[in-house]
Write a protein that binds this ligand. Structure first.
Ligand code: ATP
Ligand code: MG
Length: 500
């Protein structure tokens, strides 16, 4: 600090000597110190917090800390050519990015520069990266479902458009897979998706982009990537860029989905920035405003009222835990901000239950209001049977002679659990999910060997989509299970069971 003060007085002295007034002019400054993605600047007297700065070598920075003696700015690039004494210009613009339809199908960095080699992106509009969340009047409560295509989520932990649902779990438990499957399922739902990859390997991001391309889902998706090799400042900025892109479409009346993969890495990048800025560290060395970092991001998810076009932004933040510890700092913070969480368990994953969703401790606080009637009709029973099964299973491990009713209930539970297993990249439609849960909870599968359950699910899908279209169409139209569609469904299940 002393060195900075000395340098400041030296610069001041030189400026006075030379009678050059540039440091006192509205928007010119001189770099005092630069390193680790942060620059300390003297001058820039009229700069605003969050203003974009331009360095002599063309590097862009954002002023984030205005102090009496200097301004601290984060660099949005390597800034290798910035030297002590280089000039800095304030642009008068608060940090903003270009947005538009042109971003769909593209992979960009947090400053919306293309990184997919498909050429320049020319858009007409810009939006502030840090714009305030919609207020109370602008919103309406969550009323439309966001179908993930994953049977255990759509039935028991339903997500509504405009909701914020956390996906939390240890590393390698299938977090990214759930998010990507949800994006794939939006192909028929007309939801625009933004996938934000923070601090990931470039190979992982390119794999995700390839899957989306292969499934024909890139046309309605934009990928924002700040991979592990990017400066911490860009990793910190990436989620806000993603939210800004989604917001553009939301205010145009569209439904959007934004995935932040993952916020743990963003928090770590922010911690790095804060420590370099010498802000006081708190719990786990995170700075004091770490909660605000995530709350202001996730508050931007909303379901707008009809006057504003009825658009929505659904957020699926991802947080990584260590050894399933949800009481660490970042997990507890994000759990308290979001409207529920999908908890992925390493034990379930290792025992072959994939997706490894622990239904017992996963919740969705607002989504059930948006669940379709048909799904509600079958999901209640499923939840109950699974809860009873979980209790019974742990009990029955220790006893050898079980009565008939218990054995029956165990068999039912095992079949339901088998039914909820789902491979990657194979989302199921709501109608198909209703049919499968109906078959499981009404005992149609009780006598079927466990190994044949997945085969039944496959055959059922083919049957209702090729031979028995009546059921599919009726449920799609009525959005519930009426007497008529129930008869058709029973008939379909019985035929499929006979055939396999
Ligand atoms: P990381 O912590 O590295 O980000 P992650 O939690 O995002 O990992 P994924 O990358 O989605 O996990 O998945 C981990 C592995 O599990 C991958 O190899 C993936 O193929 C596999 N996997 C995920 N979901 C399923 C599934 N439903 N069925 C079969 N395999 C799956
Ligand atoms: Mg992942």
């Amino acid at each position: 600090m002393k060195a900075i003060e000395e340098l400041t007085s030296f610069v001041e002295y030189t400026i006075n000597e030379l009678s050059v007034d540039f440091a006192r002019s509205a928007d010119i400054g001189i770099v005092l110190q630069v390193g680790d993605g942060i620059a300390k600047i003297y001058g820039l007297e009229n700069v605003a917090s969050g203003e974009l700065l331009e360095f002599e070598d063309g590097t862009v920075g954002i002023a984030i800390s205005l102090e009496l003696s200097h301004v601290a700015a984060v660099l949005m690039g390597q800034g290798l050519n910035i030297k002590q004494g280089s000039f800095v210009k304030g642009t008068g613009k608060i940090a903003q990015i270009s947005v538009g339809e042109e971003l769909l199908g593209r992979v960009v960095d947090p400053l919306v520069n293309p990184i997919d080699g498909k050429g320049k992106i020319i858009t007409k509009e810009t939006r502030l990266i840090e714009s305030p969340a919609p207020g109370i009047i602008a919103r309406q409560s969550v009323c439309e479902p966001l179908q993930t295509g994953i049977i255990s989520i759509d039935s028991m932990i339903p997500i509504g458009r405009g909701q914020r649902e956390l996906i939390i779990g240890d590393r390698q438990t299938g977090k990214t897979s759930i998010a990507l499957d949800t994006i794939i399922n939006q192909k028929t739902e007309e939801v625009i998706c933004v996938y934000v990859a923070i601090g990931q390997k470039e190979s992982t991001v390119s794999e995700a982009a390839n899957i989306l391309q292969l499934k024909g889902c890139l046309d309605y998706t934009c990928i924002v990537s700040a991979s592990a090799s990017y400066p911490a400042t860009l990793q910190y900025l990436a989620p806000y860029t993603g939210a800004t892109i989604a917001e553009y479409f939301m205010y145009k009346g569209k439904s959007t989905l934004v995935v932040y993969d993952d916020l743990t890495k963003q928090a770590q990048a922010y911690r790095q920035m804060s420590l370099i800025l010498r802000r006081p560290p708190g719990r786990e060395a995170f700075p004091g405003d770490i909660f605000y970092l995530h709350s202001r991001l996730l508050e931007r998810a909303a379901k707008l009222n009809a006057k504003l076009g009825g658009g929505s932004m659904t957020a699926l933040p991802i947080v990584e835990t260590e050894a399933g510890d949800v009481s660490a700092y970042i997990p507890t913070n994000v759990i308290s901000i979001t409207d529920g969480q999908i908890f992925l368990s390493k034990e379930l994953f290792n025992s072959g239950i994939k997706p490894a969703i622990d239904v017992g401790i996963s919740v969705s606080r607002v989504g059930s209001a948006a669940q379709t009637k048909g799904m509600k009709q079958v999901a209640g029973k499923l939840k109950l049977e699974l809860a009873q099964f979980a209790e019974l299973e742990s009990f029955s491990q220790f006893s050898s002679d079980l009565d008939k009713a218990t054995l029956k209930q165990l068999a039912r539970g095992q079949r339901l659990r088998e039914l909820l297993k789902q491979p990657q990249n194979s989302p199921k439609s709501v109608e198909e999910q209703i049919g499968l849960i109906y078959a499981g909870t009404n005992g149609y599968l009780d006598l079927l060997p466990l190994s044949k359950i997945s085969f039944f699910a496959e055959s059922f899908r083919t049957y209702i989509s090729t031979k028995n279209l009546g059921y599919l169409e009726l449920v799609k139209k009525e959005k519930k299970l009426s007497n008529e569609s129930e008869t058709l469904l029973k008939q379909a299940i019985e035929t499929v069971l006979k055939e396999i």
